[in-house]
Design a protein around this ligand. Sequence first.
Ligand code: SF4
Ligand code: SF4
Length: 145
Amino acid sequence: MPAFAGILFSLFICALKAGKSPSMSPRYQTLYNRKVKVYRWLYEFTFGQCGECVSSGCACTDRICSHVESSARKRGVELERFAHPLRFIGPNGCSVPPHLRETCTIYLCQKAQGTPGFDKDRYDRLKVLCSTLDWKLMCLEDDVT
Ligand code: SF4
Ligand code: SF4
C-alpha cells in the first residue's frame, strides 16, 4: 500500500476509534501489548530508512499533533508537551510512543521507499500487522460500547 494510502487508512482507523473507551479485558490487553511491540518494530524500520535525513519531521503538522493528543487523552494518556512549535518535539525528537501516533509511525516518503535495498515486503508486512491489530482492538472496543 502506498504510504499516503497507509496514512489515510490509519486516520480512518483513528477516526473510528475516537470516543471509544478501551476495554481492559485480558484479550484486549494482550492485543494492546502486541500493538505496542509491533508499532515499535515499524518505527525502528522507518526510522532506520530515514537515516540522517535533514527533513526529519517532514510530515509533522500541528493538526496531527492535536489529533494524536486528543486520541491519547481518550485512552487515558496525558502526553507531555514541550516548548517547540510542534508540541511533542523534545530534545530527542518526538516524545510520543510509536503506538500512540500511528499515522506518524507508518509514514515513509516515496524517496525513502525508493532507495536501493529498501525492504518493501517487510514494510508492507509491518503495516498489515499494525492495521490488523488496530482493527481487532477496535472490534473489541465496539463490543463494550
Ligand atoms: S520520510 Fe522521507 S523526507 Fe521524511 S525524514 Fe524520512 S527520508 Fe526524510
Ligand atoms: S505526534 Fe510527533 S511525529 Fe506526529 S506530527 Fe506531532 S511531532 Fe510529528
